[in-house]
Write a protein that binds this ligand. Structure first.
Ligand SMILES: Cc1cc2nc3c(=O)[nH]c(=O)nc-3n(C[C@H](O)[C@H](O)[C@H](O)COP(=O)(O)OP(=O)(O)OC[C@H]3O[C@@H](n4cnc5c(N)ncnc54)[C@H](O)[C@@H]3O)c2cc1C
Length: 387
């Protein structure tokens, strides 16, 4: 991070506050990898996420069906569906090492799909659904869930000669210096440093809650323009629980149940039962193409579902749908990233922006691997500047 203007705090080591607490916004792949790295280095770190569970776009949904509605004989049953990332790929050393660790702990298995693209790259899925990866990473961390950061505040005296213990530093008004995050649970969280991993348009909205003069100092126009040109595709995802396992007509699915279709409206179909995450209830995941997702973003479910099903009828035949759910990912995959693994604001108390939109990789759209590597790079940079 030397080429971009915001990459350095511009402070001498003696004027840097000590790093005693870090708040990580977002418990997706990026935030959890960052938090884990800091936690392992002995830093007091808190992760906060507006979602009810960890994972962000590593997302697994449960679809409840009753015994009457399925082939099963007893009890209430649940199907499982991965409706965000379908699998992981690993190219860089640090992420390959993490994938190996996850495999050793039974969190990931290799997944052979029929998709024609990049067949030489192994793909990994979680037999418990992709959120299991996030749950593994979150072990031992302090994570606040179902709590949204609404507003950020910042206090620092740039000319102050800092002591080594930033928790002792107060402004003339008596407030603790550093970052404050106000949440929708009326909590105020103080931290010496922030790592924000939400999708960038959401991050920008959060940053704009800061005093505007402060923000202008922290975020020069050149950087702001780069951040505002980051692009995401949207994704409509249909999840289905079926009465019986689909027969798969026409082009058969591989035994492991994933296929890239590229029909007019659907680009990906996965059978979660064959994948191994939904043993008792047959469930399917259908990802609409980016074009169809854009065009039909506001289309009502009653119109959208038949449209998507028509495109896959050649593959799965007419199946009886027991229950369904539709998810709309406004920020799904990054099509145009920020060309560095993170962005550091020009603030005395550090604030790093990270996530899958921050990568030097040329492979687009970006992947969960980019999110992990960005979180790791931000955490390492934070540790280094405070060393
Ligand atoms: C449909 C779909 C399919 C995909 N398929 C693949 C694939 O097969 N392989 C692959 O490698 N990648 C895939 N991806 C991409 C991959 O899922 C992402 O790159 C990765 O998970 C992003 O991680 P992240 O931590 O950067 O962001 P996220 O996972 O989005 O995490 C950000 C978190 O921030 C939280 N947050 C946002 N604002 C606030 C706030 N104000 N307060 C508190 N919390 C907040 C959110 O709730 C979220 O949990 C797919 C994504 C989608 C949507």
């Amino acid at each position: 991070m030397t080429s971009l203007p915001q990459s350095s705090s511009g402070l001498s080591a003696s004027s840097r506050p000590k790093l005693s607490s870090v708040l990580v916004i977002g418990a997706g792949m990026s935030g959890l990898v960052a938090a884990r790295t800091l936690h392992n280095a002995g830093i007091n770190v808190t992760v906060i996420d507006k979602g009810r569970g960890v994972g962000g776009r590593l997302a697994t949904r449960r679809l409840a069906v009753s015994d009457k509605e399925s082939q099963q004989i007893e009890g209430k049953l649940e199907g499982k569906v991965d409706h965000g990332a379908q699998y992981l790929t690993a190219h860089e050393g640090d992420f390959i090492a993490l994938v190996e660790e996850l495999r050793e702990h039974g969190v990931l298995n290799e997944w052979r799909t029929t998709s024609g693209d990049r067949p030489a790259t192994p793909r990994y899925y979680s037999p418990d659904g992709m959120t299991a990866v996030a749950k593994y990473l979150a072990q031992g961390l302090e994570v606040r869930l179902a709590e949204r950061v609404l507003r950020l505040e910042y206090d620092a005296h740039a000319d102050k000669n800092f002591s080594t213990d930033s928790s002792q530093i107060t402004t003339s008004a008596g407030t603790q210096q550093g970052w404050r995050a106000r949440t929708d649970k009326d909590a105020t969280l103080h931290a010496d440093a922030l790592i924000i991993t939400s999708p960038v348009p959401q991050t920008m909205m959060l940053l704009e809650t800061l005093d505007s003069a402060r923000l202008a100092e922290m975020l020069p126009d050149t950087t702001r323009i780069l951040l505002n040109t980051i692009e995401y595709s949207a994704a409509l995802v249909l999840m289905l629980a079926l009465k019986e396992s689909p027969r798969f007509l026409g082009q058969p699915l591989a035994p492991n149940g994933g296929i890239r279709l590229d029909t007019k409206h659907v680009w990906w179909l996965a059978d979660n039962q064959r994948k191994g995450i939904s043993p008792h209830v047959p469930t399917l995941t259908l990802h609409a193409t980016p074009e169809a997702s854009r065009e039909h973003w506001d289309t009502r479910e009653e119109e959208l579902i038949p449209l998507l099903l028509r495109d896959v009828s050649d593959y799965i035949g007419m199946q009886e749908i027991v229950t369904h759910s539709l998810h709309r990912w406004r920020y799904s995959r990054v099509l145009k990233p920020f060309p560095e693994p993170y962005c550091r604001l020009q603030s005395q108390f550090p604030c790093y922006l990270a996530g899958d939109a921050f990568t030097r990789s040329e492979w687009l759209p970006t992947r969960a691997e980019d999110a992990a590597l960005s979180g790791l790079a931000a955490a390492r940079a934070l540790l280094l500047e405070r060393a």
